[in-house]
Design a protein around this ligand. Structure first.
Ligand SMILES: C=CC1=C(C)c2cc3[nH]c(cc4nc(cc5[nH]c(cc1n2)c(C)c5CCC(=O)O)C(CCC(=O)O)=C4C)c(C)c3C=C
Ligand SMILES: [Fe+2]
Ligand SMILES: [Fe+2]
Length: 458
């Protein structure tokens, strides 16, 4: 058996994190280690699993895509007693929301560009990893559309991967995005003997990485130059929102990570002598419940009223172009801004395959690679992520105070003592759901409105 030593791999300051942990082990990239004596066994097959949301590729995909999204208990969080309603509700809401969503997707060419962009990112990441002497295969696993996470996992098993790095493509962590993907992954891993025994590590969030921050700053710098008077432009960070309860009640670190991310980008811009005014707002809210504030649309109007004349929108929560950059920002918010008195409008492109960014992702992968061998913690210079270390379940429990236990399978009724009682309870529940839905739709009042669910499809 031959060994390749990492010191031979020209990995200058990078480090590797230990991963000798069992299933669900999570290691972030902040611990800097001395890698000089760490062996990579040449029988090791390294895989990187990129997790993303997925998007409908054709207009016919829109309703089933929406069904998958609303069937996710991390997107529609029902009280425990009502979790059996998840599937009927997902069906109901997806059918009703589909026409409006289809209009949006039709206006950006008939489908989401997410799959193509994510595939291109995967390919670039693989190239960078090979260039950095880490021969890894990169897989894409989407949460709500093809290629599904389950499909990626099947391929990983067929390829007999022995060390896997899981990398959600969301810079900041949210229960509704990376959290949801990791929860799914954990449930797949738990039931599979091969995966239980495969070493793996998760990079839960990476908004604080230098390469990412530098790449964002560069994009902003480039766009600012396109304005006549760049120094007068307000930099407008627009992040995807989440319901306020995720942050305030469940403990989602999303808002804190977003704010820190904006600070880091502004610090980097300052180093480049760019000291423009800036603000952060949250877009894309759905339903009447309160989401993270300030809202993007309201902020644009206020800025117009205050006399701001030039605005540069920076989408900050997602690294690909998608419906909310191409339609919501480029069309709706631009129109709103111009109507509100803003005269000059610009938008920073999503990172996509920007080389500094992808190269840095490759470094993040290398730094977190699971390995077996002695190691020494040498320096801890990198910033701590706000997401704690631990197994996926520990991690989810640590910030998600409302969901400490695994969600029960949604097809299981939660009350009833015997098989026949379950059957009848199930039928009664279905009947009750139907009656409630009919009442809700006809009267405009009821539990779906109270939970902020029904207006999702408006
Ligand atoms: C960090 C990014 C995202 C967060 C946070 C997020 C939370 C979140 N989203 C919904 C509801 C919908 N999201 C939809 C599409 C969509 N969402 C994101 C990113 C985040 N979502 C992206 C990148 C996309 C677009 C994918 C594409 O196809 O291009 C949709 C479908 C589109 C629509 O009908 O508007 C819905 C619905 C909720 C409820 C939520 C937090 C709880
Ligand atoms: Fe979303
Ligand atoms: Fe959205």
């Amino acid at each position: 058996m031959s060994h390749l030593y990492l010191s031979q791999l020209q990995i200058p300051t990078q480090s590797l994190n230990k991963l000798l942990l069992p299933l669900g082990a999570l290691v972030t990239s902040q611990t800097q280690l001395d890698v000089s004596n760490v062996p990579i066994v040449d029988e090791d097959k390294i895989g990187v699993l990129l997790l993303n949301l997925g998007g409908p590729e054709t207009l016919d995909d829109v309703q089933p895509f929406l069904f998958n999204l609303f069937a996710d208990p991390d997107i529609i969080r029902l009280p425990r007693l009502f979790r059996f309603l998840q599937m009927p509700l997902a069906q109901f809401i997806s059918v009703l929301r589909a026409p409006k969503s289809k209009e949006g997707y039709a206006s950006i060419g008939g489908g989401s560009p997410l799959r193509q962009i994510t595939d291109a990112q995967a390919e670039e990441l693989m190239k960078f990893l090979w260039e950095k002497n880490v021969p890894a295969k990169v897989y894409v696993g989407m949460r709500y559309w093809h290629p599904f996470t389950e499909e990626a996992i099947e391929q990983i098993k067929r390829d007999r991967i022995t060390k896997l790095v899981v990398l959600p493509l969301y810079p900041q962590f949210s229960i509704s995005t990376s959290g949801s993907s990791l929860r799914l992954l954990e449930s797949i891993f738990r039931e599979d003997e091969y995966l239980v025994n495969m070493q793996h590590t998760v990079i839960p969030s990476w908004y604080q990485r230098e390469g990412y921050i530098k790449a964002m700053a560069k994009l902003i710098e480039n766009e600012l130059k396109k304005f006549g008077s760049p120094e007068e432009v307000m930099i407008f960070f627009s992040a995807h929102g989440v319901p306020l309860a995720y942050v305030e009640e469940a403990g989602d670190p999303y808002k804190a990570e977003m704010e820190e991310c904006v600070d880091l980008i502004m610090e980097e811009l300052e180093k480049r002598k760019i000291t423009n005014s800036y603000t952060l707002a949250y877009q894309s809210r759905v339903g009447p419940v309160e989401w993270l504030k300030p809202y993007t649309d309201e902020t644009i109007i206020e800025l117009g009223q205050k006399g701001v004349k030039s605005l540069l929108a920076v989408p900050i929560s997602f690294v690909s172009e998608h419906i909310e950059t191409l339609e919501e920002i480029d069309v709706e918010y631009k129109e709103l801004a111009l109507k509100s008195g803003i005269e000059k409008w610009g938008r920073v492109p999503a990172l996509g395959c920007e080389p500094t960014f992808i190269s840095d992702l490759a470094d993040a992968v290398i730094e977190s690679l699971p390995y077996v061998g002695a190691m020494a913690v040498s320096n801890l210079e990198a910033r701590q992520s706000l997401v704690p270390l631990g197994s996926v379940e520990e991690l989810l429990a640590a910030y998600d105070s409302q969901r400490r236990e695994l969600p029960p399978p949604v097809t299981m009724w939660e009350w009833g003592w015997t098989k026949s009682a379950e059957t009848w309870n199930g039928r009664a529940a279905m009947l009750a759901v139907l009656v409630l839905l009919v009442l809700e739709v006809t009267t405009g009042e009821g539990f779906l409105h109270q939970w902020g669910i029904l207006p999702l499809f408006r």
